[in-house]
Design a protein around this ligand. Sequence first.
Ligand code: FEO
Length: 170
Amino acid sequence: MLNEKVAGLLNAQVNKEFYSAYLYLAFSNYFSEEGLDGFSNWYRIQAQEERDHAMLFVQYMQNNDARVTFNAIEKPEFSAEKHIDVLNAGLKHERHVTGLINNIYGTAYEVKDFRTMQFLDWFVKEQGEEETKANDLIRKMELFGSDPKSLYLLDQEMAARTYAAPALTL
Ligand code: FEO
């Protein structure tokens, strides 16, 4: 049996990951409306990854006989006057998620739940990569976003992103 507090945080994380998927789908919608289909594609795939993350938490809880409760997913809110505002909101969100993962990890550590810590190891690494990706994107947009031709090429680059299932299997 999982420790009650750890199970509660894992359950909350299911919701947070689905919220992340919602948020990135909202970003995808925004860029679609802006005529930047490559960015829209990039965030649609990002949303798929987030759904995968949610499913991994569900699977882990099921594997450990912990009850999963689904709660309402918050409405994604963000304001964007410029394209880069969305990218910055993405980075801010990933930093927030890193904090959530670290908090679960810390709680698992306190109760010597080494199995959950091992499960979360993948997410710790993943969060590092997510923050790097979000940062890289901001840098590119800062460098090229104000020039229409460069923005077009950047959008083409974003269009090339394809979905890959997570490397973690349970
Ligand atoms: Fe599920 Fe973007 O972290």
